[in-house]
Design a protein around this ligand. Structure first.
Ligand SMILES: *[C@@H]1O[C@H](CO)[C@@H](O)[C@H](O)[C@H]1NC(C)=O
Ligand SMILES: *[C@@H]1O[C@H](CO)[C@@H](O)[C@H](O)[C@H]1NC(C)=O
Ligand SMILES: *[C@@H]1O[C@H](CO)[C@@H](O)[C@H](O)[C@H]1NC(C)=O
Ligand SMILES: *[C@@H]1O[C@H](CO)[C@@H](O)[C@H](O)[C@H]1NC(C)=O
Ligand SMILES: *[C@@H]1O[C@H](CO)[C@@H](O)[C@H](O)[C@H]1NC(C)=O
Length: 415
């Protein structure tokens, strides 16, 4: 791919205004705050941390080059083997999860039209393709149904609380930055945070049936079905209702599914970094031109990138986004209070680190790894020169990985 077109493929992140009809039921929420009153971490969170530890150990172990690896090329270290420990917001769950989700939908007691269409499609597919392919195609074509069953079957209050908390503190923090106090995204996010308290209300069977009402699916003709779906998806994905409502509802529902039991060191780099990006995307380009120009100069991008205005902009936008997300996380573990377990954030942070220590990891490693993995898709050149500027300039990063000055990830000049 050519550099220019690659750059255009910027991680898109879209926040829409949700109009989910009202409910107001805070008791349900509050009753669950203290479920793990005596326990700092739930057993599920502990298992998830261990799983992450194992997975990261595996990714790093099979990397080829080991000497000073993270400092020489953090991209090779984290992305080299093309194994994503986590997916970015809105991306597809893993196959195992797709199987679990589809089964939950099949065996759910409600039956309705669009659900039957999905099942028929899957059956027609499995006659001609591998089961894995059919799961992927079913997901891609019927995502709203996956959103429906996830919100109905897989999310508990404990799963949604961290995200709501993270969103609400993000909004508070962004409002303190003069530039952003009236940014339209903040109002939309506040609305979103509120609606997430009852994710099961987001997808009704009637709405789902309406979306698919004109779609014809035959139990045994995969080829016909695929043609119908292509046409159908072109139509309904073009509608602004899809962009405005479904896309973000789905992205967040799937994100909630993927983020269940994850530590906060997961939320900030996978979500907040993108949220900051949507804000800085404007100011960097259109407002504080000169200051940002100095910053871009200071990064000393290689000339093939430095000549592209877009590359310089992105380097600054993501530098700021990383920095703000990192500050937010630090603020949380230094002062915060966790709504989920009713424990102090510091205690949660320490307990998580204790578990991670077995894998020679800490929450800080997790933060940097998850941040870096957002950009594996862009390739080494762009990841290290553009998106990892924040890491390169971070004292914490270089302390954690013991990078001496002069290594790729610890440049001599700091900006
Ligand atoms: C960032 O700004 C550019 C230029 O205005 C725009 O094309 C792009 O869609 C924006 N990206 C996001 C994620 O908001
Ligand atoms: C969590 O695990 C511990 C030790 O394995 C066990 O004693 C405890 O009952 C578990 N708690 C819950 C809520 O399952
Ligand atoms: C690391 O990878 C090698 C093979 O590449 C394997 O033999 C070894 O067991 C792995 N170690 C760990 C800790 O996973
Ligand atoms: C290992 O690292 C060296 C220097 O950093 C590099 O030249 C080489 O291509 C790397 N090897 C692989 C297989 O990535
Ligand atoms: C959908 O949008 C794309 C690009 O915006 C356009 O090329 C295409 O013709 C549209 N399709 C329909 C069915 O409106």
């Amino acid at each position: 791919m050519r550099m220019e077109s690659k750059i255009i493929l910027i991680v898109t992140f879209f926040i829409a205004s949700w109009q989910v009809h009202g409910w107001n039921d805070n008791d349900y929420f509050n009753n669950n705050y203290n479920r793990w009153h005596n326990q700092i971490l739930s057993n599920d969170s502990i298992s998830e941390l261990k799983r992450l530890g194992e997975e990261i150990r595996h990714v790093v172990n099979i990397s080829t080059n080991k000497t000073n690896y993270p400092c020489d090329s953090y991209y090779d270290y984290i992305c080299g083997e093309h194994i994503l420990i986590n997916s970015v917001l809105g991306s597809m769950p893993r196959i195992n999860d797709l199987v679990i989700i589809l089964n939950a939908l099949k065996y759910d007691d409600r039956s309705f039209d669009s659900k039957q269409k999905l099942i028929n499609f899957f059956n027609s597919c499995s006659k001609v393709k591998s089961v894995d392919d059919c799961h992927v195609e079913s997901f891609e074509n019927f995502r709203p149904l996956y959103g429906y069953i996830i919100s109905r079957k897989f999310l508990s209050q404990a799963d949604v609380s961290p995200l709501i908390d993270v969103l609400e503190s993000f909004i508070k923090r962004a409002k303190l930055e003069g530039y952003f106090s009236n940014h339209q995204n903040l109002g939309k996010l506040a609305n979103l945070a509120n609606n997430l308290r009852k994710p099961a209300n987001l997808f009704s069977t009637t709405t789902l049936d309406n979306i698919y009402t004109k779609l014809q699916i035959f139990p045994s003709s995969y080829n016909h079905n695929i043609k119908n779906l292509e046409k159908y998806n072109r139509l309904y994905k073009n509608q602004s209702a899809f962009e405005n409502y479904w896309k973000s509802a789905l992205d967040f529902t799937i994100y909630l599914y993927q983020s269940r039991n994850k530590p906060r060191s997961y939320f900030y780099p996978t979500l907040n970094a993108h949220l900051w990006m949507t804000l800085f995307n404007n100011t960097v380009r259109y407002h504080e031109g000169r200051t940002y120009k100095d910053l871009a100069d200071c990064f000393k991008l290689p000339s093939h990138l430095n000549n592209l205005e877009e590359a310089r902009n992105l380097a600054v936008i993501y530098y700021k986004s990383f920095k703000f997300a990192w500050e937010e996380y630090q603020e949380w573990f230094n002062n915060g209070f966790s709504v989920v377990y009713g424990a102090r954030a510091t205690d949660i942070y320490d307990r998580e680190n204790q578990i991670l220590e077995r894998y020679h990891l800490s929450n800080k490693h997790l933060f940097f790894i998850f941040y870096a993995q957002n950009f594996c898709f862009f390739g080494k050149d762009m990841a290290e020169n553009i998106f990892y500027q924040g890491l390169k300039q971070s004292i914490d990063f270089n302390t954690i990985y013991l990078c001496s000055v002069g290594h790729t990830m610890n440049p001599t000049v700091k900006c």
